[in-house]
Design a protein around this ligand. Sequence first.
Ligand SMILES: C[S@@+](CC[C@H](N)C(=O)[O-])C[C@H]1O[C@@H](n2cnc3c(N)ncnc32)[C@H](O)[C@@H]1O
Length: 253
Amino acid sequence: MSEVREAVRSRYAGVAKQLKVIQAGPMDRNAGCCQADGPDCGCSGSYSAADLKAIGLSESVSLGCGNPTMLAELEPGQIVLDLGSGAGLDVLLSARRVGPSGHAYGVDMTDEMLALANANREKSGLTNATFLKGTIENVPLPDSSVDVVISNCVINLAEDKGAALKEAFRVLQPGGLFAVADMVELEPLDEMVKKQLDSWAGCISGTIPIEQYRTRLLEAGFRDPDFEVHATQTMPGVEGKVGSAYVRARKPG
Ligand SMILES: C[S@@+](CC[C@H](N)C(=O)[O-])C[C@H]1O[C@@H](n2cnc3c(N)ncnc32)[C@H](O)[C@@H]1O
């Protein structure tokens, strides 16, 4: 495993343990926006209280930088894949929306996150959700097997973003939707920051500019990439240089 991937894996193994304690506690933490030293990676999205209640979870399990489930009009019977599913929130919300005739998959490389996601699935009572161990650069699902790929604050963590986007394209059906929340670089980051492993694992150093992201999506085969920046990082040193964006694209069909 590369140094960067190991830094990411070990950070989220630790975060999974923190989340387990938080979830078991009398009060969930407030999902803070862009906390520099907390478990948050970006600015978590807004989730409907009714949807959260239906799956028995709170927004505090989100480590994301948006709510990708808002970007896709999920329909009963569809197959959804979440790249880097963490504690499972977006997978379980999707599973509820696609109903028993559909299925939601989450892929994550961190055992501790997979254990937490499986515990949350049990809690939700949903049976049409599966968490798979794997990497987003090598997804353990067949070609053209999903209708919608979602992801929340994960692709920026990949060393080879081109490989992750090609995998998303491969597993999508023709006409399938890529609907992702991710962190992007809005202004050049200092070279020193770019080299810090903890800053990479914290969704800062691994970010790329929107134009580079667009090029990688087009190279993977996607059509009509669209970006919408909805929040900017407030952490001193990188303030305003990194932002949370919604990214949409289609596999031609
Ligand atoms: C910032 S958290 C986001 C989790 C979740 N998407 C959410 O919104 O709460 C990043 C997650 O992606 C996983 N991850 C990071 N890089 C990965 C990779 N290359 N392949 C698979 N999982 C990865 C981590 O284990 C972690 O669970």
